[in-house]
Design a protein around this ligand. Structure first.
Ligand code: FES
Length: 276
């Protein structure tokens, strides 16, 4: 029998924010039913801030409590801050987890990371990793990440945090190699903000149109203007102003700066806006 803190028990018995957000801005799905744990996290994001979060999970009391605590932590939080949340933060919010259940906090962090990557149209670093544990589908990138973040010192700890090695045991030698390699590399963390793959132009256009519709057009239309997305070439976003906005876009930089700032915050930091 595991020893749970009162906070874990309370979240398990009264989980917050259970469900799914319609038309979510970011969706993160991790784990699988075959592995015994799965988590789906949906986020609503406005002005660079997480305004709502909901989860559905299949798993034990720790998985439910970790997901519930995670949603409470991130609602109202800036996306940039949410990107820095670690599994240790989630476990701390629960007053700790039994060591054998730390993988539930890792699952929470991975779901958050996946949802934010989805929001930004980025792929996850772990997607490029090589599967080391076939029983649980855990990659070398995930293992190195968790060894770094949680300062792990044994294969047993890796199993507690990722489940890798908890099945047939065939991968234990590789886990030991990865552990020693990560330690000798100085426990470097592999950050989310190093996307291995940039957004395609189609993905950029979709995200840009969403931001224009949600954040820019309503305000412009109040003043009798509008903005049209003409083209996207690399990081250059070409737009055309309509109606009352035509002259002000040329004479003032404020609207351009506003549009550029919104697109950089919510689509890609390197975007540049130009008038077509
Ligand atoms: S391959 Fe890792 S436990 Fe089976």
């Amino acid at each position: 029998m595991w020893e749970y803190t009162e906070t874990v028990t309370e979240h398990f018995q009264n989980p917050r924010n259970v469900g799914e957000i319609d038309n979510a801005d970011g969706v993160g799905e991790v784990g699988s039913l075959a592995c015994g744990d799965a988590l789906r996290l949906t986020l609503k994001i406005e002005d660079g801030k997480i305004v709502d979060a909901k989860f559905k999970t299949f798993g034990c009391a720790s998985a439910i409590a970790s997901s519930s605590a995670l949603t409470e932590m991130i609602i109202g939080m800036d996306v940039s801050k949410a990107e820095t949340i670690t599994n240790e933060d989630i476990a701390s919010a629960l007053g700790g987890l039994p060591k054998e259940k730390m993988h539930c906090s890792v699952m929470g962090r991975e779901a958050l990371e996946a949802a934010l990557a989805d929001f930004r149209g980025l792929s996850l670093p772990k997607a490029d990793g090589e599967v080391v544990c076939e029983c649980f589908g855990v990659t070398d990138v995930e293992i190195r990440r968790v060894v770094s973040e949680s300062n792990l010192h044994s294969v047993e700890e890796i199993t507690n945090f990722t489940k890798a090695g908890g099945g047939c045991g065939k991968c234990e030698e590789k886990l030991a190699e990865l552990l020693h390699k990560t330690q000798s590399d100085g426990l470097r963390v592999i950050p989310l903000k190093q996307p291995s793959k940039r957004m395609t132009t189609l993905q950029k256009i979709k995200k840009i149109e969403e931001v224009l519709d949600r954040e820019i057009r309503p305000g412009l239309r109040l003043d009798g203007g509008d903005i049209e997305l003409i083209d996207v070439e690399g990081d250059t976003v070409m737009v055309s102003m309509r109606g009352a906005c035509t002259s002000c876009f040329k004479s003032q930089t404020t609207i351009k700066e506003f549009v550029e700032r919104k697109l950089r915050e919510q689509v890609l930091e390197t975007l540049v806006v130009e008038e077509a």
